[in-house]
Design a protein around this ligand. Sequence first.
Ligand code: ITT
Ligand code: NA
Length: 181
Amino acid sequence: MAIRFVTGNDGKAREARAYLDGIEAVEQVPYDYTEIQSDSLAEIAIQGAEEAHAELEGGDPILVGDTGLFVDALGGFPGPYSAYVEDTVGVERLWRLVEPEENHRARFKTVLGFTDGERTETFEGTLAGTIVAPRGDGGFGYDPIFEFNGQTLAEMDVEEKNAISHRGRALATFADWYADQ
Ligand code: ITT
Ligand code: NA
């Protein structure tokens, strides 16, 4: 058996493997599930996991991740719409929106949705930080404008980021739970 982690991103699959090392094998599957329009990352992750489990061949369990960046001064925008906003507005212009605001606090949230076809569970991880002018060329997505402990996530190396990241925290919680099953 293997956990099928639904993502188009090899880095995320490697990260999942690191947390599940010695617990379960992780297979990366590039299934493009329908992203329902919802204010809730958990709802999106649950629907995505259940759809992938129903549509893909084979019965191995499915894990999907849904992430959002929630900016306090923007009422939590872009939140569950973060992928769409990255593609349309872009990261640099999101920074420009936040720049004139007094409060630059934001947080990343990842919700993992797991299903084995019988049970569906969600696991959450968050990372609080500050929105800053873009710095660094590592990472992906909103990493250049998200500062944690004086560094943007794009200035960290992969191991450093994964050790503190929202997805890392969600994966650690999931791995603990899964190991007990
Ligand atoms: P997959 O579902 O194929 O993994 P995705 O990009 O559609 O990729 P996510 O839910 O992980 O799905 O990401 C939503 C948005 O948040 C998207 O714009 C990402 O670039 C961004 N994002 C996710 N994780 C991030 C991270 O660790 N650092 C910076 N941006 C991140
Ligand atoms: Na996703």
